[in-house]
Design a protein around this ligand. Structure first.
Ligand code: DGL
Length: 282
């Protein structure tokens, strides 16, 4: 009897400037149990959030090329800064679909407003992100498409604080309160939702929840990770069903593999496999 060869599992490439995209990978692993994953963190060029559009586009283009060369059939650009600055320039020339996190993030914010029974039209979202993402206004445009007015606030101290592991420190709490107060001061209306527009910020969610509660009361906090994973499942419906084996995960980094493995575990909530060092060919 001829037995059927098992269906080939799709490979999903996930790209970020560093470790933060592992928060998106976590959701992808959950929503695409029938896929295998290859994750690339461009730690040699981290942070992207303070870099120019030209530099971020160059790095992102090289990273996508590398992931496609390793067999990725879909590339999820998990980095908000790369999604905001580079993706609009790279989408057309790509041999595989590219999925960024900005639109899913805006959609998640609009959904949260709707589930609170307020019409998104005329509602305000506070969007916390890196300097470069805020300067691009990518979230303002994406939110506007859902009828949401975005008040964008750059929070450059959050990434180093999270990487230092200070996710529950009083220093971070003070910084968060200052950022939120500044954002509120430039908002004409009381915001209906807080959108975390950076890969690192979900690790600050409990701290931000406390700060928001003190300043604003019950305002929902959303990020793009889950909405992006749901979108990826629509693009690869066969991978949304669990296969017979666990998803394989291969991790690449452009700087120290040892550091990546150590810090990455905090973002992925589990031990990382051995990390391979790669160079980006720009
Ligand atoms: N991954 C970046 C983002 O989501 C944060 C870290 C960086 O600045 O590179 O915007």
């Amino acid at each position: 009897m001829i037995s059927e060869a098992p269906a080939k599992r799709p490979v999903v490439g996930v790209f970020d400037s560093g470790f933060g995209g592992l928060t998106v990978l976590r959701e992808l692993l959950h929503h695409l149990p029938g896929a295998d994953f290859i994750y690339l963190g461009d730690t040699a060029h981290l942070p992207y959030g303070s870099k120019s559009q030209a530099a971020v586009t160059r790095f992102t283009s090289a990273a996508i090329k590398l992931l496609v060369g390793r067999g990725a059939e879909l590339v999820v650009v998990a980095c908000n800064t790369a999604s905001a600055l580079a993706l609009p320039h790279l989408d057309d020339g790509s041999p595989v679909p590219l999925l960024g996190v900005i639109k899913p993030g805006a959609e998640a914010a609009a959904d949260a407003v709707l589930s609170g029974h307020a019409a998104p039209l005329s509602s305000t979202a506070i969007v916390l992100a890196t300097e470069a993402t805020v300067a691009s206004h990518a979230y303002a445009y994406a939110c506007a498409a859902y009828g949401l007015l975005a008040v964008e606030k750059a929070c450059p101290l959050f990434v180093p604080l999270v990487e230092e592991g200070w996710t529950d420190s009083s220093v971070t709490e003070q910084v968060a309160a200052i950022y939120l107060q500044e954002a509120l001061a430039s908002s004409a209306e009381t915001p209906s939702v807080l959108l975390l527009g950076c890969t690192h910020y979900p690790l600050l969610r409990p701290l931000l929840q406390r700060t928001v509660q003190q300043l604003l009361g019950d305002v929902p906090i959303v990020d793009s990770a889950e909405a992006t994973a749901r979108q990826a499942a629509l693009l690869l419906p066969t991978a949304a069903k669990a296969g017979q084996q666990e998803p394989a995960l291969h991790v690449l980094a452009t700087d120290s593999p040892a550091k990546f493995q150590r810090l990455g575990a905090r973002f992925l909530h589990r031990t990382l496999p051995e990390v391979e060092h790669v160079e980006l060919e720009e």
